[in-house]
Design a protein around this ligand. Structure first.
Ligand SMILES: NC(=O)c1ccc[n+]([C@@H]2O[C@H](COP(=O)([O-])OP(=O)(O)OC[C@H]3O[C@@H](n4cnc5c(N)ncnc54)[C@H](O)[C@@H]3O)[C@@H](O)[C@H]2O)c1
Length: 272
């Protein structure tokens, strides 16, 4: 096997995060297969395109032969009606794990989200073992993926590395991001940990080295994650850039928690 990771499938390869990951990932792969339903742009010499929809289970079965690992970033990335979320975030996810288990794929490194735990208040510190508390339908689809990954790990030994990503961007741009922002280079570093560390099933946080983080990410650090970036230098400039909605401001999930919120906006939900 040439390349540290062998043959790797990257889903959602045309997307915002995956486009930034590709140049940091491809040099370590024998072949990087790029799956998306949208055009993925120019290819590096060892990249190949698979133009496909995750909802199409038969295509997945065909492309996974010889694949050692999947880096799964395809998905609908925000709150939406169930009709929008189901094809990519539920049906497509179920198809991907079923096909991976059948094909003997060794591990899946996947993009979960802070919205899987977004109904925890901002003054609560979370670790990798916390019970999920989704803030939206979108967050529920991420909890579904974490549960599915856990079942396949236990049943088939299919390793699973879930990353509850905060907000991935070149730089933080509001007060919430002082806690949950991750630089694309740190995102890539965390993916490398997922592709190389020894584990069966893990859930870690996709966050840079921010002093105001809500998350104890020591499990990721034990596995080898060393973030190089921090939002801290932007604290003075950003700490007043806040949400106008008190519900959004109270919960880690921000505006996602406030969508369709039917409680008293001034009274917190019961602590759990
Ligand atoms: N951007 C962030 O900061 C952030 C934070 C938390 C979690 N995430 C998660 O990370 C992943 C990537 O996020 P992003 O911001 O790059 O999103 P994006 O929308 O830019 O990229 C997602 C890609 O997935 C593809 N896709 C969607 N449904 C598909 C399907 N059924 N079949 C094949 N391809 C499909 C889209 O065409 C798109 O290219 C998503 O799963 C998102 O939920 C992102």
């Amino acid at each position: 096997m040439s390349g540290r990771y062998g043959r790797v499938l990257l889903t959602g390869a045309a997307g915002r995060i995956a486009r930034q990951l590709r140049p940091l990932l491809a040099p370590h792969c024998e072949t990087l297969l790029l799956l998306d339903r949208e055009p993925v742009g120019e290819l590096a010499p060892n990249e190949q395109v698979i133009h496909a929809d995750l909802a199409d289970a038969s295509t997945l079965a065909q492309v996974l032969g010889g694949v050692q690992a999947i880096v799964h970033f395809a998905g609908y990335p925000r709150e939406a009606p169930w009709d929008t979320l189901m094809p990519a975030n539920v049906i497509g996810v179920a198809n991907l794990w079923e096909a991976a288990a059948s094909a003997g794929v060794e591990r899946i490194v996947y993009a979960s989200s802070n919205h899987a735990v977004g109904f925890y208040p901002r003054d609560t510190q979370l670790d990798h073992q916390v019970v999920p508390r989704p803030d939206s339908r979108y967050g529920v689809t991420k909890v579904f993926m974490e549960a599915l990954a856990s079942m396949h790990a236990d049943k088939h030994g299919l390793r699973a590395f879930g990353m509850r990503i905060g907000h991935c961007a070149e730089r933080p741009s509001d007060a919430r991001m002082l806690s949950h922002w991750i630089h694309p280079e740190d995102m890539a570093a965390l993916v490398h940990v997922g592709l190389s560390a020894d584990y069966l099933c893990e859930t870690v946080y996709g966050v840079s080295d921010n002093a105001r983080s809500w998350w104890d990410n020591s499990r990721a650090e034990q596995l080898g994650y060393r973030p190089k970036h921090s939002a801290d230098a932007r604290a003075e400039a950003l700490q007043s850039v806040r949400e106008s909605d008190p519900v959004a401001e109270r919960y880690q999930g921000g505006s996602f928690a406030a969508i369709d919120y039917a409680g008293d906006p001034e009274r917190p939900a019961a602590a759990r």
